[in-house]
Design a protein around this ligand. Sequence first.
Ligand code: NAD
Length: 294
Amino acid sequence: RADVIDGEAVAASVRESVTAAVGRLGEAGVTPGLATVLMSDDPASETYVRMKQRDCEQVGIESHHVEIDTDAPQSELFATIDQLNEDPAIDGILIQRPLTEGVDEPAALRRVDPEKDVDGFHPENVGRLVTGDPRFVPCTPLGVQRLLTEAGVEIPGSDVVIVGRSELVGKPLANLLLGRDDDADATVTVCHSNTEDLANHVSRADVVVVAAGVPRLVTGEMLAEGSVVIDVGINAVGEGDDRTLVGDVDYESASEVASAITPVPGGVGPMTRAMLLRNTVNAAARQAGVEIDS
Ligand code: NAD
């Protein structure tokens, strides 16, 4: 049976090194600050923002929260972003998505100072990742990469199949793992909703990363014996008391075939949150011109 890759434990060790980095920044007179901007009534988004604030507190990052009325004009959002860009107490800016309907989301993301873009969504940071000179990389792909290295996967030369081509997960992860570093340099295949014969691709992979948003899309039958499976999906299934969270992988059957697998919850989710903290201390260090090793 597959080993369970414990995302909570790896995330805890990332938070520990972030806390140490915050300490080193403190000695240089710098307190890192993350601004969260919420313009949405979505209860899930409100929860995510609160979790991110709590995470910041835990490691000594100051969090600043701005809430914008959902019926305010988008110019108010843009003015807020401009202010945060100028504010020296703010090192990282996180625009919680999805923004309320009618707001030009790409324009909002482009407005964030690329030096404060800790989500890595600004086209400048996307371009830097694609051209092999990354600055801020989206948090979920960073978390997936770290889980692979912690699980002892020899990524260089391995066949990695990513299921999903979103800007948030699939595409940046593909670019990250195509890099030439020791924790990358893989042969990467990206599958998506128009892929013919998904099972055929998945069955040839050493590593399968699934970020499709489809409950139990990948099953044990599809996998190669001994492959490593990273399940990014978070799907709520069932109603009322039966409501639970499942991933994009059928955990039971997959763990009979894989050598290692992430659970949902407790796999990629905590890593995404931890990597946001890491990106934020890195942003603070860059802006202050302080060397930290995080
Ligand atoms: P998305 O909807 O933007 O993209 C889904 C991708 O999956 C698309 O590229 C689509 O082509 C592909 N896809 C859909 N159905 C498919 C099928 N049948 N076969 C092959 N490919 C298919 O989603 P996203 O933002 O990338 O998120 C994906 C999942 O990961 C969601 O469940 C989301 O909740 C979760 N997620 C988790 C974290 C985390 O921290 N754990 C972070 C981001 C997203």
